[in-house]
Ligand binder design. Structure first.
Ligand code: ATP
Ligand code: MG
Length: 462
């Protein structure tokens, strides 16, 4: 008999009633009484567990009834109506153990902390919390493709190995095959990367934006969805060294167009999650965030607030709140400021636009005031910045000056400058941190709990 995922059984319980099925999964708990054992089985296909009653006439009943949580089992049996929490349960007829579990299986205790689970990331997907997170993650990825594709965006793939440092921030992982003991040196005594694999210095990409711009200026609307690498030394609950980013880039669009696109994208993901992961969201609300569904519903149905950076600074200055980092026009907004704005002041997502040019990247379009750029961040409660975007500088000369002023090599950006000479056009885009979106929608408070195998400073285990 072919295995039936437990999800299918619950999804069409009527059709499965009084039918024989074969399920395979991992024991959540097992209670043994005189004449039968009560097995709670989960196969990860959905949040729900299947309750299975195996009575002592079943073959190898001894082995089954003495199994412990974590055991991998296969059970063939009859789906019947249940008087319990679930509408159905199984009368297990032919149970067998697929994989035994050793005494030191770390998930036998009922309550474990998320922190403890991070150290056993290879088995933590067996817990309610992590498997729920990963199912939501799957659905939000599907939602992303559907959202963009339905609006005519093309899904593109930008290189992960790159020679350009788009942010000019230097928080990049080097890619090199040079010998670490005796690398070739140039006349200045520095490592000679012209002798390296790519004949130039290369890094893991911290964004695919520059390449996405090139495709947007040929195909109109495009988006990337891929891994992103930043060697920033942040031990925060919102930064990873390897995370996934979605970067739409749109030709003929201005900042307002992509701010609106970002807001609609977040709302779409929320609605999609309610449609496809209602059990998971109910669980997160019960266990982690009491008002999760109510606040998400509000966000998905109401327009996002929009203010300029200057207005944000005024709000922060006029608040009676004591901030750790000083607030004055010109400083970058810190997490505490971002969270104050979205959590306390607006009590919802807020779009902040037109930041001082000094604190933003070189490619952002200069406003006529000469002081601010057409940048926008979308801030959400509990997370802070979830989206960072801008209208791109499309004026060749302004961009060239900006590259110089930022101390970057013009020759490294010749192809990027070409895009402004070869039929350029206004265009805009943004990056959304996928893990931050998952945090926001699940209510999980640490980014290390929304990716299966997190990478952060000091940790590359698994
Ligand atoms: P932050 O100020 O939080 O470090 P950023 O301004 O560096 O963010 P951007 O360069 O604008 O972020 O990147 C776009 C989006 O990618 C951010 O809005 C955020 O959602 C996500 N992001 C940025 N850095 C990280 C990281 N280290 N880990 C996870 N997500 C990140
Ligand atoms: Mg950053």
């Amino acid at each position: 008999m072919k295995r039936t995922p437990i999800k299918e059984i619950f999804n069409s319980s009527e059709t499965f009633l009084n039918k024989s099925v074969l399920v395979k999964g991992w024991v959540k708990s097992l209670r043994k009484s005189k004449a039968f054992s009560f097995v709670v089985l989960n196969d990860g296909s959905c949040f729900k567990d299947l309750q299975i009653i195996v009575d002592d006439t079943a073959p190898n009943y001894e082995e089954i009834s003495s199994s412990i949580a974590g055991t991998c089992m296969s059970i063939e049996g009859l789906i019947v109506e249940s008087g319990g929490k679930q509408p159905i349960e199984m009368q297990g007829k032919i149970p067998s153990v697929i994989g035994k579990v050793s005494e030191d299986y770390p998930l036998q205790k009922k309550k474990t902390s998320l922190e403890f689970l991070r150290d056993i990331a290879h088995v933590r997907a067996r817990t309610n919390t992590l498997s729920a997170v990963f199912r939501v993650r799957h659905h939000l990825a599907q939602a992303t493709h559907k959202f963009f594709s339905d609006q005519g965006f093309y899904y593109i793939h930008t290189p992960l190995i790159t020679a350009s440092d788009a942010e000019g921030a230097g928080e990049l992982f080097r890619v090199s095959t040079l010998s670490d003991e005796n690398p070739p040196k140039n006349d200045a005594g520095k490592v000679d990367y012209s002798k390296d694999y790519f004949a130039t210095e290369t890094f893991l990409a911290c964004t695919g934006q520059l390449e996405a711009e090139s495709l947007a200026l040929a195909m109109g609307s495009v988006y990337t969805f891929g891994p992103t690498f930043r060697s920033e030394n942040s031990h925060t609950a919102r930064h990873l060294s390897e995370f996934w980013m979605i970067e739409p880039e749109v030709a003929f669009a201005d900042l307002d167009d992509v701010a609106d696109l970002g807001a609609r994208y977040i709302q779409y993901m929320i609605k999609y999650a309610f449609e496809h992961c209602s059990d998971e969201l109910a669980f997160f609300e019960k266990m982690y965030k009491k008002d999760l569904t109510e606040t998400l519903k509000l966000v998905s149905e109401n327009d996002f607030k929009k203010i300029t950076y200057s207005e944000a600074i005024d709000i922060l200055l006029n608040s009676k709140k004591k901030f750790e980092f000083k607030v004055e026009w010109g400083v970058d907004l810190q997490t505490e400021h971002e969270r104050f704005l979205s959590e306390e002041h607006f009590k919802g997502p807020v779009i902040v636009t037109d930041y001082p040019k000094e604190i933003k990247a070189f490619y952002m379009k200069l406003n006529p005031d000469g002081k601010t750029v057409r940048a926008m961040d979308i801030l959400v409660p509990g997370v802070g910045e979830i989206i960072g975007g801008s209208q791109r500088e499309d004026d060749y000369e302004t961009l060239r000056q900006k590259i110089k002023a930022c101390g970057l090599e013009e020759s490294d950006y010749d192809w990027y400058l070409d895009l402004r000479r070869f039929g350029g056009a206004p265009h805009s885009g943004f990056g959304l941190g996928f893990e931050r979106a998952i945090m926001y929608i699940t209510g999980m408070s640490n980014i290390r709990d929304v990716i299966a195998f997190p990478r952060f400073p000091g940790n590359a285990k698994f």
